[in-house]
Design a protein around this ligand. Structure first.
Ligand code: TMP
Length: 208
């Protein structure tokens, strides 16, 4: 039987990476086979492209940025995600195609149609069964992300964008959830990691 494909989305600092790991631990404890991965990344090529994408010295144009992300995604889908799903595994990805709709389509202004067309070409039939959008107050989330960035210096190119950029991303995720309510679920990301995990589990329970 084909596995399940769950993706985590949200703005920087929303806590999605923590929930990504906690859900994996939960599924492993239930005896399921789980593949944890992320975008951009997940493959050697994807991780190399991630380093280029996040490097403040890169300064790609919005279209160049989108194509780098789609190249990483093409490799990710074909060599990692689709084979794992075919083996019956649960694939949990920290971000996927919806991130390009929200960041490049909405916030960078490339338009949802352009991004959706590329996503369709690159992903084919590999679509998430469920997408969890972790929803947290934008200012609170950014403060968290920036506190973390000052210690790990990981992702300044996106985190240093202004508040309006991140509000546009959050709004785009809400619109995706309104358009595809069955697949895209908004999860309240306030509270402790365990409180949020309980909401995450409720949002995937029907897939178990
Ligand atoms: P991360 O913060 O989840 O590690 O993701 C790295 C950055 O990449 C994040 O700031 C959002 C950005 N990103 C996009 O802009 N578009 C995409 O399609 C993906 C997957 C990530």
């Amino acid at each position: 039987m084909r596995g399940r494909f769950i993706t985590f989305e949200g703005i920087e600092g929303c806590g999605k990476s923590t929930q990504h790991r906690l859900l994996a631990d939960h599924l492993l404890a239930r005896g399921l086979r789980v593949l944890l991965t992320r975008e951009p990344g997940g493959t050697p090529l994807g991780e190399a492209l991630r380093a280029i994408l996040l490097d403040p010295a890169s300064s790609p144009t919005p279209m160049a940025e989108l194509l780098i992300l789609e190249a990483a995604r093409a490799q990710h889908v074909s060599t990692l995600i689709a084979p794992a799903l075919a083996r019956g595994e649960w694939v949990l990805s920290d971000r996927f195609a919806d991130a390009s709709l929200a960041y490049q389509g909405a916030a960078r202004g490339l338009g949802l149609d352009t991004v959706a067309a590329l996503n369709a070409m690159v992903c084919g039939a590999t679509r998430p069964d469920r997408t969890l959008v972790l929803d947290l107050d934008v200012e609170l989330a950014l403060e968290r992300a920036r506190r973390r960035a000052s210690t790990t210096a990981s992702n300044r190119r996106f985190e240093d964008e202004d508040l309006a950029f991140h509000r546009t991303v959050a709004e785009a995720y809400r619109a995706l959830s309104a358009r595809e309510p069955e697949r895209v679920r908004t999860v309240d990301a306030s509270g402790t990691p365990d409180e949020v995990l309980a909401r995450v589990l409720a949002a995937v329970e029907d897939l178990l």
